[in-house]
Each structure stands twice: as structure tokens, then as C-alpha cells.
Write a protein that binds this ligand. Structure first.
Ligand SMILES: [Ca+2]
Length: 463
């Protein structure tokens, strides 16, 4: 049953996900799996398969890894055949010459050092097939210490003392994290006076991340790619997009729902055209988005003051740089001073300026239009002259010229000169207050100065 489900999962998970361009050595969904075979034997969609698996890898997709292969071994006493022959990768078992044989002792043990604390799934022992008695009573531990015995007792080999009812190849779960796998016995079988072990190979198996099942033949659907290697259940944090259910084993209904836990609905996307498919993971719109929408599934409104097809157009002059409507371009809160119309793209006309172009220009030379925006004299002068030349008093701004304080009105409307060069002011008029002591009195003289005439005008102020 487990293998049947695995085949079904394989079929579904790769459907619609071209992995044709996976980088070398990877394959499958999001190129998230490693090819454990020569690269030229690795199908970009389905990966590797026997007999092409790299040494130490097995299973229908070469995802099952024998971590014990060529790892260092030790034993309670080396007999005729060294303990390392149980991790040499050769599972031949029809002669003791391929196997190990410990020296008789009680207790008696053999151990492989995996070189690191690792997660393992199961263990397989290949017993001698030409001599069967030394099987019964062997205990298998997964441990992190060299204490004999210690750790998790995974399995006890049990059967007749002469062993024929015990499988030549005995596999059992041994699920957990550990550095050592220990085979341990205090049982002397048959005619032995002391316990002796003589098996031929021990495989300590783990599934490559993202796979599970007896042969690591199933692919999980977890967000972080790693699931329980026996059940396939995802850790807290959830399923890969496109999957739902407690075990993340239920695919989103194609064409109806998509995304994380299948919470998004295909029909609410703003795809261009009606024929778009709806991939279960991203809900991608095949032909792009309707005007005003963006994102792979076209569910995000245009951002950053953009609108329209591909969000490639920029909003008009909305007040305070507010974004416009992502589809219609309308400025929802009105226009910046100097601009009108729904989309705020039209400049003030007919010598008007300001919010809604509702103010009339001041004393521009030759009745020319003023600059359509508010122009605050303090900002203009300060930016041109620097604060050290300018003092402000209430709504007055005073500049010292040749020892004389010259004050200006608080608001002034510049005539148009170079568009966009605010303050260029080649033809502006300036309301000027000229204050001086004359005969002990403070004399104030107010005049409008066209900027293109000599004197303390805009030009002479060099602004
Ligand atoms: Ca061997």
C-alpha cells in the first residue's frame, strides 16, 4: 500500500512542474532533490533509478542511503574475519570469507561508527547463508556513546538456536538519531560455548531529505522540504504550497484552489483572458494580469504609485504623493497644488495656481502666468541664499543688502521661466519692503519689483 501511494504521489507532484532546467545534480519539484547517480543518468523530473544508483544508494529513486558503508567498525574481539567486512558494501553472504567473525566472548559485540550523530530510519543485517546458527539473540542498539550496551534498543533477533527460521536478510526499523549502531549478544547458540557473531553486512539506512517510506520512494510536501522519514508527516510549519491536510498529502483541487493550504481560489485571480490555468502551488496566470494588478497570480494591486497594464505607468500628481487608483489612475484624495483633473495630470491654466487651481496669480510681469504651485518665499530664498543671509520675522523675510535690511512678503508667485526650475525667477515680480532709518524714523517702502530690472530683485539676489 505504501508503495502504491508513493507512485501516485510521484505522478501528481511532478505534474505541471517542468524541472527541465534543474542545475546539475538535482531534479524534481523545485529542483529540490539530489541525483544520487551519475548526472547523465538523472532524469530531471524523476531522478535516478536502479541499477544506476551511486554506491551506497538504493530504492526505486536512489534516495535510500546506507550510512554504514565503509565506515569504521570495531568489535569485542576480532576473529578470523575482520569486523570491517560488514561495512565493505559487499552483501555477498554465501561464504564466511565475505563476512565477519568475532572471537568468542560474553558479552559479544560489533559496532559501526557513523562518524556523526545522524538520523537513521532502519537497519538491515545480511546473515551468512551457508551457516545459520549465530543469529538468535542479537540485540541492535542505536547509541551516541561507546558504552556497551547503551542507547535505543531497536530490535532483538529471535528464532531457533540453529537459525533457519530467521531471515537471511533481516530488516527492521531503528528510528532515531545516533552515532553508533551496536550489535550485541550474550547468547551462545547451538554448539558454541560462548557467544559468537558472523554476519556479512550491516546497512544503516536513512532517507535523503524530503523523502520517506520503506525505500524512501515517496516525496513529502512539506514547506521546508523535510518530513518524517517513516510517515511523511510534515513538522509544524506546514505544507508546501499546493497541498493540504494533516499530513500534507491532499493536493489542491486543480483549477479551483491553490497556494499554501489551498486557501486561495483560482476564480478570484485577475488574470488576463479567461483561459488561464491555475497551477496548484502558485496559481500563476499564464497570460499575465489585467490592468492594475500584478504578481504571479495577479492578486496584488499595483504598488509604488503605479497603475495600468503590468503596473508600468506612473500616477499623476496626487496630493502628498498618495498613490492613485491602481486601475483608473484617479487620485483618491485630490491633486497636489498646481494640478487638476481626476488623474491630476493637467496643470493649472489661466493664471491660476494652488489647490484645485482655485487661486489667482499675483503681480507677475506682463501678466504672465505664475508658477502653478505654491511657492513659499522662505523655502526659495533659504535654499538659494543660505540661512546666514536671511532672517524671518512672522510672515516677513529679511535679507541684508549693503548694510540695509530688505524684507519680502511672505508669499510670492513666480512667473513661469524654465519649467520645473522653480526659483529661476527670471521674470518674477517680488513684493519688497525696503526699510531704512531716515531722519531717525523707520521708513518702509513697499514696491513690486519685476525681476528683469536692476536692483535688489530676484536676479540681483542671484536666485
Ligand atoms: Ca560485506
Amino acid at each position: 500500500m505504501e508503495k502504491y501511494l508513493g507512485a501516485a504521489v510521484l505522478f501528481v507532484i511532478f505534474l505541471g512542474h517542468c524541472s527541465c532546467n534543474c542545475p546539475g545534480g538535482t531534479y524534481g519539484y523545485n529542483c529540490g532533490y539530489t541525483c544520487n547517480c551519475d548526472q547523465d543518468k538523472c532524469n530531471p523530473t524523476s531522478g535516478c533509478s536502479p541499477p544506476n544508483c551511486s554506491p551506497g544508494w538504493s530504492g526505486p529513486t536512489c534516495q535510500k542511503h546506507n550510512l554504514a558503508r565503509v565506515k569504521p567498525t570495531s568489535s569485542s574481539g576480532e576473529g578470523l574475519y575482520p569486523s570491517s567486512q560488514a561495512t565493505d558494501g559487499n552483501t555477498a553472504a554465501n561464504s564466511y570469507a565475505f563476512c565477519i567473525e568475532t572471537k568468542g566472548s560474553n558479552p559479544n559485540w560489533w559496532r559501526v561508527d557513523l562518524n556523526d550523530t545522524v538520523l537513521i530510519r532502519d537497519v538491515t543485517i545480511y546473515f551468512r547463508t551457508d551457516y545459520t546458527p549465530r543469529r538468535n539473540g542479537i540485540q541492535v542498539y542505536l547509541t551516541n556513546t561507546t558504552t556497551i550496551p547503551s542507547g535505543l534498543l531497536c530490535y532483538t533477533v529471535t528464532g531457533r538456536v540453529d537459525g533457519p527460521d530467521i531471515n537471511n536478510t533481516t530488516s527492521f526499523p531503528c528510528h532515531g538519531r545516533g552515532r553508533y549502531v551496536l550489535l550485541y549478544t550474550t547468547t551462545a547458540n547451538n554448539r558454541d560455548t560462548q557467544p559468537i557473531m558472523d554476519f556479512c553486512e550491516v546497512e544503516v539506512n536513512a532517507c535523503d531529505p524530503g523523502t520517506f517510506g520503506a525505500d524512501c520512494e515517496n516525496y513529502c510536501h512539506c514547506k521546508d522540504g523535510v518530513c518524517n522519514d517513516i510517515t511523511g508527516v510534515c513538522p509544524p510549519g506546514g505544507c508546501l504550497a499546493g497541498w493540504k491536510g494533516t499530513n500534507c498529502d491532499v493536493a489542491c483541487v486543480q483549477g479551483v484552489e491553490y497556494g499554501v493550504r489551498c486557501l486561495k481560489t483560482c476564480s478570484t485571480r485577475m488574470c488576463q483572458g479567461d483561459g488561464s490555468t491555475c497551477s496548484r502551488d502558485t496559481g500563476r496566470c499564464d497570460g499575465g494580469c489585467q490592468a492594475g494588478w500584478e504578481g504571479e497570480d495577479c492578486t496584488s494591486e499595483c504598488q509604488s504609485r503605479t497603475f495600468g497594464v503590468n503596473c508600468s505607468s506612473t500616477c499623476g500628481h496626487c496630493v502628498d504623493d498618495e498613490p492613485c487608483h491602481h486601475v483608473t489612475r484617479t487620485c483618491l484624495k485630490g491633486c497636489s497644488p498646481g494640478w487638476v483633473s481626476d488623474t491630476c495630470q493637467q496643470e493649472c491654466q489661466s493664471r491660476t495656481f494652488g489647490v484645485n487651481c482655485s487661486s489667482t496669480c499675483g503681480h507677475c510681469v506682463d501678466d504672465e502666468p505664475c508658477h502653478p504651485c505654491h511657492w513659499n518665499l522662505s523655502q526659495g530664498l533659504q535654499s538659494r541664499l543660505g540661512q546666514q543671509h536671511l532672517s524671518t520675522s512672522g510672515q516677513q523675510f529679511t535679507w541684508k543688502l549693503n548694510g540695509t535690511n530688505i524684507s519680502f512678503g511672505s508669499w510670492i508667485y513666480w512667473s513661469r521661466c524654465d519649467v520645473g526650475v522653480v526659483g529661476c525667477c527670471c521674470r518674477c515680480s517680488v513684493l519688497m519692503e525696503e526699510r531704512r532709518l531716515q531722519d531717525g524714523k523707520d521708513v518702509i517702502k513697499r514696491t513690486w519689483h519685476p525681476a528683469d530690472k536692476p536692483g535688489p530683485t530676484c536676479r540681483s539676489l542671484n536666485i
